[in-house]
Design a protein around this ligand. Structure first.
Ligand SMILES: [Zn+2]
Length: 583
């Protein structure tokens, strides 16, 4: 057949030309297409001249269309190729008072006492996204100033950096609070000298009662000189853990008792609880509001985007700003994002990994980024979901299914499809008239991605073809039932035992069984099976056979097992190990 009349080829070129055109301002490049088409149809290498002629004709036709017409055709015929753009086009509401600042600066400030999980996604994605939207700066700040209760661990600094990288969040500057203690001391001393903070040595219980009564404790009104002396004694180790706290003065009758003279620094016995980075070098450690409050100003933060549970912290920190003559950054407090079933507290995750309940921080049962990554949940899906939820102050509850649906939209057109038969059962088809060459495209809507082929050759007098099918499908079979083996042929079930289904060849064409809505099932020719284990989200394992073509897969790629679901390839060795994402 002359290439000129090969309609399939013409369609392939037309699609490639249109896609190329819409991504190049309406002008497809013939040169780029020749290579592309040859990549998919190597059989045409000997006919390059003829092929180039056809390509150049089609490119001319394509380029004669306006870009609007080109886009309309692409949108109508191959909408899946345009999906990725939708994902990126979603916009967040503008930041308040953005034009007041020369450069927008946002931050994400985790305590490295655990790995990150989905619960942190909102803070990360929104802060990073806004920084990019305004050509600003995104700061990562490790808030590691509690060596005792929320003890940081060195491995988590790294895993947090990796998670941010995976999420596509570029860090413009990184700070670690445990490096900054001298700085916090300096400002504390200033606050104390100015009479805006004091060292309180009252027992906690007593102080609590005094506060509730809106009274000053005996330490509060000591002279600044005495306060500074106490402060130096505190730094010098004269007070043991629990014996002294630096407090920032507020109104004693502040309507929220938790705000009244809030604690800013305390003593920690770092001989007993050494800090993983600075050991026992310091014994006076800042509490959250002092360190975060000072840092937000010192690091030039313009917008703080965080959960509304931090609202009271802002109220506390504003006292610091008032005393130091600073202006508090713009603050956006969003509502809680709950993902049903996804949350485990950080401490439970850490404990569960330590005691072996979980295989690691990427155990598929966990909602950690490491686990999501392992399962083939894309960072784009997480981002899109978070951006869609936006910065609303009301609480939002999402389900795993919501996240899966974002992920599915992204993966469906990108991933190639393969056959997997979990829990395999043998299928014997009798009376197969000839050798069948099954040509299975990797993606029905993107035939240009190519295909793999299997030949099914009948053997013996009875012309028997042997294949593997999933036990689940075998279980639904009964005598006389007509079933279609996808892209192969139709069979009529004759009998079955526990280990084998016997069927008769029925016919080849799908049209024959379309009207009776015959079930379409996946299959693998005997001899073309590749042992495969799919680890499910509940950590159970689905054992079965993947088709031989899967041996060529590279780890980390996400594929779709037909009628089974999306899985991420983890290992390709003597068997395939994959992690299940979702349907
Ligand atoms: Zn006191």
């Amino acid at each position: 057949m002359a290439l000129e009349n090969d309609n399939e080829l013409r369609d392939l070129i037309r699609k490639a030309a249109l896609l190329n055109a819409v991504s190049h301002d309406g002008k497809a490049q013939a040169g780029a297409l020749v290579g592309r088409i040859l990549g998919e149809r190597s059989d045409l290498r000997s006919k390059i001249k003829e092929l180039s002629g056809i390509i150049s004709t089609i490119v001319n036709e394509t380029n004669n269309l306006s870009i609007t017409e080109q886009k309309a055709i692409v949108e109508e015929k191959w909408p899946e190729t345009q999906k990725k753009k939708d994902v990126e086009e979603k916009r967040l509401p503008p930041l308040p008072n953005a034009d007041k600042y020369k450069q927008i600066v946002t931050r994400f400030s985790p305590n490295p006492d655990s790995v990150l999980h989905l619960g942190s996604a909102r803070a990360i994605v929104l802060s990073h996204e806004y920084a990019r939207l305004y050509n600003g700066k995104f700061i990562l700040r490790f808030e590691d100033t509690d060596p005792k209760v929320k003890r940081p661990s060195l491995v988590f600094y790294d895993s947090i950096r990796q998670d941010l990288k995976w999420l596509g969040c570029r860090i413009d500057a990184e700070y670690i609070q445990s490096d900054r203690l001298p700085l916090y001391y300096e400002y504390t001393e200033r606050l104390i000298r100015d009479g805006n903070a004091y060292v309180c040595v009252c027992p906690a219980e007593e102080f609590h009662n005094i506060t509730l009564a809106r009274q000053a404790c005996p330490c509060r009104n000591l002279s600044a000189t005495e306060q500074v002396e106490r402060w130096h004694q505190m730094l010098g180790g004269d007070y043991k853990e629990g014996e002294a706290v630096v407090r920032v003065k507020t109104e004693l009758d502040h309507p929220n008792p938790a705000v009244r003279d809030w604690p800013a620094l305390r003593v920690i016995d770092t001989k007993k609880y050494p800090h993983p980075r600075v050991g026992s070098k310091y014994i006076v450690w800042p509490l959250y509001n002092l360190a975060a409050g000072l840092d937000d100003h010192l690091m030039g933060m313009t917008h703080i985007i965080r959960g509304k549970e931090h609202y009271t912290n802002m109220v506390r920190q504003k006292y610091l700003y008032q005393y130091l003559g600073w202006t508090y950054p713009e603050a956006i407090h969003y509502g809680r994002l709950k993902i049903t079933g996804a949350f485990l507290s950080k401490s439970k995750i850490v404990a569960g990994v330590k005691d072996g309940t979980y295989t690691g921080y990427d155990d598929p049962r966990l909602g950690t980024f490491a686990a999501l990554r392992k399962r083939g949940i894309t960072p784009e899906a997480i981002k899109k979901m978070i951006i869609d939820v936006g910065t609303k102050a009301n609480d939002v509850t999402l389900s795993w299914e919501n996240l899966y649906s974002y992920n599915r939209k992204i993966l469906d057109s990108q991933t190639n499809r393969y056959f997997f038969v979990p829990n395999p059962v043998q299928l014997k088809v009798i009376g197969v008239p000839q050798t069948f060459q099954a040509k299975l495209v990797f993606h029905p809507e993107n035939p240009e991605r190519g295909f793999r082929e299997y030949s099914i050759t009948p053997e013996g007098e009875e012309k028997i073809a042997s294949l593997w099918i999933a036990r689940k499908d075998a279980d639904t079979m009964e005598a006389d039932k007509i079933v279609r083996l996808m892209e192969l042929f139709n069979i009529k079930v004759r009998s079955k035992t526990h280990d084998m289904v016997t069927a008769m060849f029925a016919s080849e064409s799908y049209e024959d069984v379309r009207k009776i809505k015959a079930q379409l099932i996946q299959w693998i020719p005997k001899g073309e099976e590749y042992p495969c284990q799919v680890v499910m989200p509940d950590a159970s394992v689905n054992d079965g056979y993947a088709e031989a073509a899967c041996k060529k897969l590279k780890p980390d790629i996400v594929i779709q097992f037909e009628r089974f679901g999306f899985t991420r390839v983890d290992e390709v060795n003597d068997k395939l190990i994959a992690y299940y994402a979702h349907k």
